[in-house]
Ligand binder design. Sequence first.
Ligand SMILES: [Zn+2]
Length: 477
Amino acid sequence: MKIVKRIFKFIAIVIGLLLTFIVIILMIDSQNTNYLKVKNNQSTTNNSFLISNVNIIPMHQDTILIDKMVYLKDGIIQSIADNIEIEGVEIIDAKNKYLTPGLIDMHVHVWDRYELGLYLSNGVTAIRNLWGMPMHLRIKEDINNDDIIAPMFFTTGPKLTGPEFIGDDNLNLVSPDEAREKVISYKNRGYDFIKTYYGLTEDLFDAVVEQAKISDMDIVAHPSQKVPYSYHYNPQIHSIEHTEEIIQQPLNYKLDTLKLNEIIEGLSKSKHSSFSPTLTVYHNIYEMLIDDHILASEQLQLMNPLIKKVDSKAQFDRWHTTKLRDSSIVKTIKNQHNFHLKIIKKLHEAGVTIICGTDAGIGVTIPGHSIHQELEFYKEAGLSNYEVLKTATVNASKTHTIMNNMGTVEVGKSANLMLLNNNPLLDLSALQNPATVFIKGRKLNRETLDNFEKQAKHRKNLIASAVRYIENLVFEK
Ligand SMILES: [Zn+2]
Protein backbone atom coordinates (compact mmCIF):
# COMPACT_ATOMS: atom_id res chain seq x y z
CA MET A 1 0.00 0.00 0.00
CA LYS A 2 2.83 2.32 0.88
CA ILE A 3 4.23 1.98 -2.63
CA VAL A 4 0.86 2.79 -4.22
CA LYS A 5 0.59 5.88 -2.00
CA ARG A 6 4.05 6.97 -3.01
CA ILE A 7 3.26 6.53 -6.71
CA PHE A 8 0.11 8.65 -6.31
CA LYS A 9 2.06 11.29 -4.45
CA PHE A 10 4.70 11.31 -7.17
CA ILE A 11 2.05 11.65 -9.91
CA ALA A 12 0.35 14.46 -7.97
CA ILE A 13 3.66 16.33 -7.66
CA VAL A 14 4.40 15.91 -11.39
CA ILE A 15 0.93 17.17 -12.36
CA GLY A 16 1.28 20.07 -9.91
CA LEU A 17 4.67 21.05 -11.36
CA LEU A 18 3.36 20.77 -14.91
CA LEU A 19 0.37 23.00 -14.16
CA THR A 20 2.63 25.55 -12.43
CA PHE A 21 4.93 25.49 -15.45
CA ILE A 22 1.97 26.05 -17.82
CA VAL A 23 0.64 28.93 -15.71
CA ILE A 24 4.10 30.58 -15.67
CA ILE A 25 4.51 30.16 -19.45
CA LEU A 26 1.08 31.73 -20.09
CA MET A 27 1.79 34.56 -17.66
CA ILE A 28 5.08 35.38 -19.36
CA ASP A 29 3.40 35.36 -22.78
CA SER A 30 0.65 37.62 -21.52
CA GLN A 31 3.23 40.01 -19.98
CA ASN A 32 5.13 40.14 -23.27
CA THR A 33 2.08 41.55 -25.05
CA ASN A 34 1.51 44.20 -22.41
CA TYR A 35 2.56 46.77 -25.02
CA LEU A 36 -1.02 46.43 -26.35
CA LYS A 37 -2.58 47.37 -23.00
CA VAL A 38 -4.46 50.65 -23.08
CA LYS A 39 -3.03 51.64 -19.70
CA ASN A 40 0.54 51.19 -20.98
CA ASN A 41 0.01 53.49 -23.94
CA GLN A 42 -0.10 57.02 -22.58
CA SER A 43 -0.62 58.41 -26.07
CA THR A 44 -3.85 56.47 -26.50
CA THR A 45 -5.77 57.57 -23.41
CA ASN A 46 -7.49 60.23 -25.52
CA ASN A 47 -10.28 59.18 -27.91
CA SER A 48 -11.58 62.60 -28.95
CA PHE A 49 -9.89 64.60 -31.72
CA LEU A 50 -10.56 67.26 -34.27
CA ILE A 51 -9.01 66.38 -37.63
CA SER A 52 -8.61 69.43 -39.85
CA ASN A 53 -7.86 70.12 -43.54
CA VAL A 54 -8.44 66.50 -44.44
CA ASN A 55 -9.61 64.85 -47.66
CA ILE A 56 -12.20 62.21 -46.85
CA ILE A 57 -12.85 59.02 -48.82
CA PRO A 58 -16.15 58.13 -47.13
CA MET A 59 -16.83 54.84 -49.01
CA HIS A 60 -20.63 54.97 -48.85
CA GLN A 61 -20.40 56.85 -52.15
CA ASP A 62 -17.72 57.18 -54.81
CA THR A 63 -16.42 60.63 -53.98
CA ILE A 64 -13.70 62.53 -52.15
CA LEU A 65 -14.72 65.29 -49.75
CA ILE A 66 -11.98 67.91 -49.98
CA ASP A 67 -10.55 69.92 -47.08
CA LYS A 68 -12.98 68.96 -44.32
CA MET A 69 -12.99 68.87 -40.56
CA VAL A 70 -13.93 65.69 -38.67
CA TYR A 71 -14.74 65.64 -34.97
CA LEU A 72 -14.18 62.31 -33.19
CA LYS A 73 -15.82 62.21 -29.78
CA ASP A 74 -15.44 59.28 -27.38
CA GLY A 75 -14.52 56.95 -30.23
CA ILE A 76 -17.43 57.91 -32.51
CA ILE A 77 -17.50 60.15 -35.59
CA GLN A 78 -19.50 63.02 -34.15
CA SER A 79 -19.53 65.49 -37.05
CA ILE A 80 -18.07 66.20 -40.49
CA ALA A 81 -18.16 69.75 -41.88
CA ASP A 82 -16.20 72.52 -43.61
CA ASN A 83 -15.62 74.16 -40.27
CA ILE A 84 -16.09 72.88 -36.71
CA GLU A 85 -15.25 74.90 -33.64
CA ILE A 86 -14.77 72.93 -30.42
CA GLU A 87 -12.88 74.06 -27.34
CA GLY A 88 -10.36 71.92 -25.54
CA VAL A 89 -9.92 69.16 -28.14
CA GLU A 90 -6.58 68.18 -29.64
CA ILE A 91 -6.43 69.26 -33.28
CA ILE A 92 -4.69 67.06 -35.85
CA ASP A 93 -3.62 68.98 -38.94
CA ALA A 94 -4.09 66.49 -41.79
CA LYS A 95 -3.30 68.78 -44.71
CA ASN A 96 -2.91 66.80 -47.96
CA LYS A 97 -3.78 63.58 -46.16
CA TYR A 98 -6.64 61.18 -46.88
CA LEU A 99 -9.02 59.84 -44.25
CA THR A 100 -10.53 56.42 -45.04
CA PRO A 101 -12.33 53.75 -43.03
CA GLY A 102 -9.96 51.18 -41.50
CA LEU A 103 -9.68 47.94 -43.48
CA ILE A 104 -11.57 44.76 -42.55
CA ASP A 105 -10.14 41.28 -43.15
CA MET A 106 -13.09 38.88 -43.19
CA HIS A 107 -11.12 35.62 -43.13
CA VAL A 108 -8.28 35.27 -40.64
CA HIS A 109 -6.95 32.78 -38.10
CA VAL A 110 -5.58 34.36 -34.95
CA TRP A 111 -3.05 32.43 -32.84
CA ASP A 112 -1.81 35.04 -30.41
CA ARG A 113 -2.09 38.70 -29.45
CA TYR A 114 1.02 39.85 -31.29
CA GLU A 115 -0.99 39.38 -34.48
CA LEU A 116 -3.50 42.01 -33.30
CA GLY A 117 -0.71 44.61 -33.53
CA LEU A 118 0.26 43.39 -37.01
CA TYR A 119 -3.28 43.96 -38.26
CA LEU A 120 -3.38 47.50 -36.86
CA SER A 121 0.02 48.30 -38.31
CA ASN A 122 -1.40 47.49 -41.75
CA GLY A 123 -4.52 49.58 -41.27
CA VAL A 124 -6.76 46.61 -40.50
CA THR A 125 -9.16 47.80 -37.79
CA ALA A 126 -11.52 44.79 -37.79
CA ILE A 127 -11.03 41.07 -38.30
CA ARG A 128 -13.32 38.07 -38.54
CA ASN A 129 -11.64 34.99 -37.06
CA LEU A 130 -12.89 31.76 -38.62
CA TRP A 131 -11.70 29.05 -36.26
CA GLY A 132 -12.99 29.91 -32.83
CA MET A 133 -11.29 28.69 -29.64
CA PRO A 134 -11.56 29.70 -25.97
CA MET A 135 -8.57 32.08 -26.33
CA HIS A 136 -10.54 34.12 -28.86
CA LEU A 137 -13.36 34.65 -26.38
CA ARG A 138 -10.78 36.04 -23.93
CA ILE A 139 -9.40 38.38 -26.61
CA LYS A 140 -12.94 39.57 -27.37
CA GLU A 141 -13.60 40.17 -23.70
CA ASP A 142 -10.41 42.20 -23.24
CA ILE A 143 -11.27 44.31 -26.29
CA ASN A 144 -14.84 44.88 -25.16
CA ASN A 145 -13.62 45.84 -21.67
CA ASP A 146 -11.28 48.33 -23.32
CA ASP A 147 -8.20 46.66 -21.79
CA ILE A 148 -6.22 46.25 -25.00
CA ILE A 149 -5.63 48.13 -28.22
CA ALA A 150 -6.70 45.77 -30.99
CA PRO A 151 -8.79 45.57 -34.13
CA MET A 152 -12.51 45.03 -33.58
CA PHE A 153 -12.69 41.28 -33.16
CA PHE A 154 -15.38 38.90 -34.38
CA THR A 155 -15.13 35.15 -34.23
CA THR A 156 -17.01 32.07 -35.33
CA GLY A 157 -17.23 29.09 -33.03
CA PRO A 158 -15.17 25.95 -33.70
CA LYS A 159 -15.60 24.52 -37.19
CA LEU A 160 -18.57 22.18 -37.58
CA THR A 161 -17.99 19.12 -39.77
CA GLY A 162 -19.54 15.72 -40.36
CA PRO A 163 -18.57 12.42 -38.73
CA GLU A 164 -16.30 11.19 -41.51
CA PHE A 165 -14.22 14.25 -42.11
CA ILE A 166 -10.70 13.77 -40.89
CA GLY A 167 -8.65 16.89 -41.00
CA ASP A 168 -7.59 19.52 -38.55
CA ASP A 169 -9.18 19.37 -35.13
CA ASN A 170 -12.78 19.89 -36.18
CA LEU A 171 -15.86 19.17 -34.27
CA ASN A 172 -17.16 16.03 -35.95
CA LEU A 173 -20.91 16.12 -35.50
CA VAL A 174 -22.59 12.73 -35.38
CA SER A 175 -26.29 13.64 -35.14
CA PRO A 176 -28.67 16.52 -35.89
CA ASP A 177 -29.39 16.79 -32.15
CA GLU A 178 -25.71 17.32 -31.43
CA ALA A 179 -25.56 19.91 -34.24
CA ARG A 180 -28.38 21.89 -32.62
CA GLU A 181 -26.81 21.65 -29.17
CA LYS A 182 -23.49 23.01 -30.48
CA VAL A 183 -25.12 26.01 -32.14
CA ILE A 184 -26.93 26.85 -28.89
CA SER A 185 -23.80 26.39 -26.80
CA TYR A 186 -21.63 28.58 -29.09
CA LYS A 187 -24.22 31.32 -28.91
CA ASN A 188 -24.29 31.10 -25.09
CA ARG A 189 -20.52 31.16 -24.83
CA GLY A 190 -20.18 34.35 -26.83
CA TYR A 191 -19.06 33.27 -30.29
CA ASP A 192 -20.46 35.63 -32.92
CA PHE A 193 -21.08 33.32 -35.87
CA ILE A 194 -21.32 29.65 -36.81
CA LYS A 195 -18.75 28.20 -39.19
CA THR A 196 -19.77 25.23 -41.30
CA TYR A 197 -16.99 23.19 -42.86
CA TYR A 198 -16.21 20.15 -45.01
CA GLY A 199 -18.05 16.91 -44.37
CA LEU A 200 -21.44 18.24 -43.26
CA THR A 201 -24.10 15.92 -44.64
CA GLU A 202 -27.57 17.14 -45.56
CA ASP A 203 -29.27 16.22 -42.27
CA LEU A 204 -26.51 17.81 -40.19
CA PHE A 205 -26.44 20.87 -42.40
CA ASP A 206 -30.20 21.31 -42.11
CA ALA A 207 -30.03 21.00 -38.32
CA VAL A 208 -27.26 23.63 -38.09
CA VAL A 209 -29.11 26.07 -40.38
CA GLU A 210 -32.43 25.57 -38.60
CA GLN A 211 -30.95 26.13 -35.14
CA ALA A 212 -28.81 29.06 -36.31
CA LYS A 213 -32.01 30.73 -37.51
CA ILE A 214 -33.73 30.16 -34.16
CA SER A 215 -30.64 31.31 -32.23
CA ASP A 216 -30.14 34.31 -34.57
CA MET A 217 -26.58 33.34 -35.50
CA ASP A 218 -25.24 34.16 -38.98
CA ILE A 219 -23.46 31.27 -40.70
CA VAL A 220 -20.10 31.60 -42.47
CA ALA A 221 -19.76 28.64 -44.83
CA HIS A 222 -16.64 26.92 -46.01
CA PRO A 223 -18.59 24.84 -48.57
CA SER A 224 -19.15 21.22 -47.61
CA GLN A 225 -18.39 18.68 -50.33
CA LYS A 226 -21.12 16.38 -48.95
CA VAL A 227 -23.96 18.59 -50.23
CA PRO A 228 -24.45 20.32 -53.61
CA TYR A 229 -22.73 23.73 -53.80
CA SER A 230 -26.15 25.35 -54.32
CA TYR A 231 -27.10 24.09 -50.84
CA HIS A 232 -25.14 27.05 -49.50
CA TYR A 233 -27.44 29.63 -51.11
CA ASN A 234 -29.41 29.91 -47.90
CA PRO A 235 -30.60 33.13 -46.20
CA GLN A 236 -28.94 32.07 -42.93
CA ILE A 237 -25.55 31.88 -44.68
CA HIS A 238 -24.15 35.39 -44.81
CA SER A 239 -20.81 34.56 -46.32
CA ILE A 240 -19.37 31.84 -48.55
CA GLU A 241 -15.60 31.30 -48.42
CA HIS A 242 -12.77 30.43 -50.83
CA THR A 243 -12.66 30.73 -54.62
CA GLU A 244 -10.72 27.47 -54.94
CA GLU A 245 -13.68 25.55 -53.49
CA ILE A 246 -15.71 26.49 -56.58
CA ILE A 247 -13.09 24.69 -58.66
CA GLN A 248 -12.57 21.82 -56.26
CA GLN A 249 -16.25 21.14 -55.69
CA PRO A 250 -18.82 21.96 -58.40
CA LEU A 251 -16.24 22.24 -61.22
CA ASN A 252 -14.53 19.04 -60.13
CA TYR A 253 -11.03 20.50 -60.72
CA LYS A 254 -11.82 21.47 -64.32
CA LEU A 255 -11.36 25.10 -65.33
CA ASP A 256 -14.69 24.95 -67.12
CA THR A 257 -16.14 28.36 -67.97
CA LEU A 258 -19.60 27.12 -68.98
CA LYS A 259 -20.15 25.24 -65.73
CA LEU A 260 -18.73 28.22 -63.87
CA ASN A 261 -21.41 30.50 -65.33
CA GLU A 262 -24.10 28.38 -63.65
CA ILE A 263 -22.40 28.79 -60.28
CA ILE A 264 -21.98 32.54 -60.80
CA GLU A 265 -25.67 32.82 -61.63
CA GLY A 266 -26.63 30.91 -58.49
CA LEU A 267 -24.39 33.04 -56.28
CA SER A 268 -25.64 36.27 -57.84
CA LYS A 269 -29.24 35.35 -57.02
CA SER A 270 -28.26 34.60 -53.44
CA LYS A 271 -28.35 38.25 -52.35
CA HIS A 272 -28.06 37.54 -48.61
CA SER A 273 -24.57 36.04 -49.03
CA SER A 274 -21.27 37.83 -49.56
CA PHE A 275 -18.36 36.00 -51.15
CA SER A 276 -14.90 35.96 -49.56
CA PRO A 277 -12.28 34.99 -52.21
CA THR A 278 -9.09 34.28 -50.11
CA LEU A 279 -6.93 34.45 -53.26
CA THR A 280 -3.74 35.13 -51.31
CA VAL A 281 -3.63 31.86 -49.39
CA TYR A 282 -3.98 29.89 -52.61
CA HIS A 283 -1.45 32.00 -54.51
CA ASN A 284 0.96 31.41 -51.63
CA ILE A 285 1.15 27.76 -52.71
CA TYR A 286 2.77 29.09 -55.88
CA GLU A 287 5.04 31.35 -53.80
CA MET A 288 6.12 28.33 -51.76
CA LEU A 289 6.82 26.31 -54.91
CA ILE A 290 9.06 28.95 -56.49
CA ASP A 291 10.90 30.07 -53.35
CA ASP A 292 13.00 27.38 -51.65
CA HIS A 293 13.92 29.78 -48.84
CA ILE A 294 10.49 31.19 -48.06
CA LEU A 295 10.42 29.71 -44.53
CA ALA A 296 13.59 31.64 -43.65
CA SER A 297 12.39 34.92 -45.17
CA GLU A 298 12.07 38.09 -43.07
CA GLN A 299 8.26 38.19 -43.52
CA LEU A 300 7.85 34.66 -42.15
CA GLN A 301 9.41 35.84 -38.88
CA LEU A 302 6.08 37.59 -38.28
CA MET A 303 4.18 34.26 -38.15
CA ASN A 304 3.21 32.61 -34.89
CA PRO A 305 6.10 30.20 -34.07
CA LEU A 306 3.82 27.18 -33.56
CA ILE A 307 2.15 27.68 -36.94
CA LYS A 308 5.54 28.24 -38.56
CA LYS A 309 6.92 25.05 -37.08
CA VAL A 310 3.88 22.90 -37.78
CA ASP A 311 1.65 24.28 -40.53
CA SER A 312 3.97 26.45 -42.68
CA LYS A 313 6.61 23.73 -42.74
CA ALA A 314 4.14 20.91 -43.43
CA GLN A 315 2.61 22.84 -46.34
CA PHE A 316 6.04 23.71 -47.73
CA ASP A 317 7.26 20.10 -47.52
CA ARG A 318 4.08 18.73 -49.05
CA TRP A 319 4.22 21.03 -52.08
CA HIS A 320 7.93 20.51 -52.61
CA THR A 321 7.51 16.73 -52.52
CA THR A 322 4.74 17.08 -55.09
CA LYS A 323 7.02 19.21 -57.26
CA LEU A 324 9.80 16.61 -57.08
CA ARG A 325 7.37 14.00 -58.39
CA ASP A 326 5.87 16.22 -61.06
CA SER A 327 7.28 19.67 -61.82
CA SER A 328 4.23 20.66 -63.87
CA ILE A 329 2.45 21.36 -60.55
CA VAL A 330 3.96 24.88 -60.56
CA LYS A 331 2.19 25.71 -63.79
CA THR A 332 -1.04 24.00 -62.69
CA ILE A 333 -1.24 26.11 -59.53
CA LYS A 334 -0.49 29.33 -61.42
CA ASN A 335 -3.16 28.50 -64.01
CA GLN A 336 -5.71 27.88 -61.31
CA HIS A 337 -4.82 31.19 -59.65
CA ASN A 338 -5.36 32.95 -62.99
CA PHE A 339 -8.74 31.22 -63.25
CA HIS A 340 -9.56 32.50 -59.74
CA LEU A 341 -9.03 36.04 -61.06
CA LYS A 342 -11.50 35.29 -63.86
CA ILE A 343 -14.02 34.02 -61.31
CA ILE A 344 -13.71 37.22 -59.26
CA LYS A 345 -14.27 39.35 -62.34
CA LYS A 346 -17.37 37.35 -63.27
CA LEU A 347 -18.72 37.42 -59.71
CA HIS A 348 -18.24 41.16 -59.56
CA GLU A 349 -19.91 41.73 -62.93
CA ALA A 350 -22.83 39.54 -61.84
CA GLY A 351 -23.36 41.78 -58.81
CA VAL A 352 -22.12 39.41 -56.10
CA THR A 353 -20.91 41.28 -53.01
CA ILE A 354 -17.22 40.53 -52.62
CA ILE A 355 -15.69 40.88 -49.17
CA CYS A 356 -11.95 40.91 -48.64
CA GLY A 357 -10.64 37.79 -46.91
CA THR A 358 -7.06 36.52 -46.92
CA ASP A 359 -6.91 33.39 -44.72
CA ALA A 360 -4.04 35.09 -42.89
CA GLY A 361 -2.43 33.28 -39.98
CA ILE A 362 -1.91 29.88 -41.62
CA GLY A 363 0.71 28.55 -44.06
CA VAL A 364 2.81 31.50 -45.20
CA THR A 365 -0.02 34.05 -45.24
CA ILE A 366 1.11 36.85 -42.92
CA PRO A 367 -1.41 38.56 -40.61
CA GLY A 368 -2.04 42.16 -41.66
CA HIS A 369 0.48 42.32 -44.49
CA SER A 370 -1.43 39.86 -46.68
CA ILE A 371 -4.44 42.17 -47.08
CA HIS A 372 -2.52 44.42 -49.48
CA GLN A 373 -1.76 41.45 -51.72
CA GLU A 374 -5.39 40.31 -51.62
CA LEU A 375 -6.61 43.76 -52.66
CA GLU A 376 -4.07 43.89 -55.51
CA PHE A 377 -5.47 40.61 -56.83
CA TYR A 378 -9.00 42.06 -56.97
CA LYS A 379 -7.60 44.95 -58.97
CA GLU A 380 -5.80 42.55 -61.28
CA ALA A 381 -9.12 40.72 -61.70
CA GLY A 382 -10.60 43.93 -63.11
CA LEU A 383 -12.20 45.84 -60.21
CA SER A 384 -11.62 49.61 -60.00
CA ASN A 385 -9.67 50.91 -57.01
CA TYR A 386 -12.91 52.16 -55.49
CA GLU A 387 -14.58 48.76 -55.93
CA VAL A 388 -11.50 47.09 -54.46
CA LEU A 389 -11.57 49.32 -51.41
CA LYS A 390 -15.26 48.59 -50.92
CA THR A 391 -14.51 44.88 -50.42
CA ALA A 392 -12.47 45.68 -47.29
CA THR A 393 -14.71 48.43 -45.94
CA VAL A 394 -18.38 48.97 -46.66
CA ASN A 395 -19.06 45.56 -48.26
CA ALA A 396 -17.51 43.78 -45.29
CA SER A 397 -19.38 45.85 -42.72
CA LYS A 398 -22.74 45.19 -44.39
CA THR A 399 -22.29 41.41 -44.20
CA HIS A 400 -23.33 41.05 -40.55
CA THR A 401 -25.60 43.34 -38.53
CA ILE A 402 -23.09 43.44 -35.66
CA MET A 403 -20.52 44.98 -38.02
CA ASN A 404 -22.77 47.72 -39.41
CA ASN A 405 -21.24 50.44 -37.20
CA MET A 406 -17.98 50.49 -39.19
CA GLY A 407 -16.75 50.49 -42.79
CA THR A 408 -17.53 54.09 -43.81
CA VAL A 409 -16.58 57.61 -42.72
CA GLU A 410 -20.04 58.84 -41.70
CA VAL A 411 -21.46 60.57 -38.64
CA GLY A 412 -22.39 58.02 -35.97
CA LYS A 413 -19.95 55.36 -37.11
CA SER A 414 -17.12 54.03 -34.94
CA ALA A 415 -13.92 56.00 -35.36
CA ASN A 416 -11.94 53.10 -36.86
CA LEU A 417 -10.05 55.02 -39.48
CA MET A 418 -6.77 55.57 -41.31
CA LEU A 419 -4.90 58.69 -42.31
CA LEU A 420 -2.93 58.11 -45.51
CA ASN A 421 -0.23 60.20 -47.14
CA ASN A 422 -1.55 59.47 -50.64
CA ASN A 423 -4.84 58.82 -52.38
CA PRO A 424 -5.60 55.05 -52.50
CA LEU A 425 -8.17 55.60 -55.27
CA LEU A 426 -5.24 56.53 -57.51
CA ASP A 427 -2.85 53.87 -56.21
CA LEU A 428 -3.75 51.10 -53.77
CA SER A 429 -0.19 51.02 -52.41
CA ALA A 430 -1.18 54.17 -50.48
CA LEU A 431 -2.95 51.78 -48.05
CA GLN A 432 0.35 50.30 -46.90
CA ASN A 433 2.02 51.72 -43.80
CA PRO A 434 -0.75 54.21 -42.92
CA ALA A 435 0.58 57.37 -41.24
CA THR A 436 -2.01 57.12 -38.47
CA VAL A 437 -4.61 54.53 -37.48
CA PHE A 438 -7.57 55.35 -35.25
CA ILE A 439 -9.12 52.52 -33.30
CA LYS A 440 -12.27 53.45 -31.35
CA GLY A 441 -11.01 57.03 -31.67
CA ARG A 442 -7.58 56.28 -30.19
CA LYS A 443 -4.72 57.57 -32.24
CA LEU A 444 -1.85 55.23 -33.16
CA ASN A 445 0.98 56.97 -34.99
CA ARG A 446 3.47 55.26 -37.31
CA GLU A 447 6.06 54.95 -34.56
CA THR A 448 3.64 53.02 -32.33
CA LEU A 449 2.54 50.85 -35.25
CA ASP A 450 6.17 50.09 -36.20
CA ASN A 451 6.76 49.04 -32.62
CA PHE A 452 3.86 46.55 -32.91
CA GLU A 453 5.69 45.04 -35.90
CA LYS A 454 8.98 44.91 -34.03
CA GLN A 455 7.42 43.22 -31.01
CA ALA A 456 5.83 40.53 -33.19
CA LYS A 457 8.99 39.70 -35.10
CA HIS A 458 10.94 36.66 -33.86
CA ARG A 459 8.55 36.22 -30.92
CA LYS A 460 9.20 33.16 -28.80
CA ASN A 461 5.82 31.93 -27.68
CA LEU A 462 5.79 28.45 -29.15
CA ILE A 463 4.94 26.63 -25.92
CA ALA A 464 2.32 29.17 -24.87
CA SER A 465 0.67 28.83 -28.28
CA ALA A 466 0.73 25.05 -27.99
CA VAL A 467 -0.86 25.21 -24.53
CA ARG A 468 -3.71 27.39 -25.83
CA TYR A 469 -4.21 25.01 -28.72
CA ILE A 470 -4.36 22.01 -26.37
CA GLU A 471 -6.82 23.91 -24.19
CA ASN A 472 -9.03 24.09 -27.27
CA LEU A 473 -8.75 20.35 -27.90
CA VAL A 474 -9.67 19.57 -24.31
CA PHE A 475 -12.51 22.04 -23.80
CA GLU A 476 -14.17 22.50 -27.19
CA LYS A 477 -14.83 18.85 -27.98
ZN1 LIG B 1 -9.41 29.77 -43.22
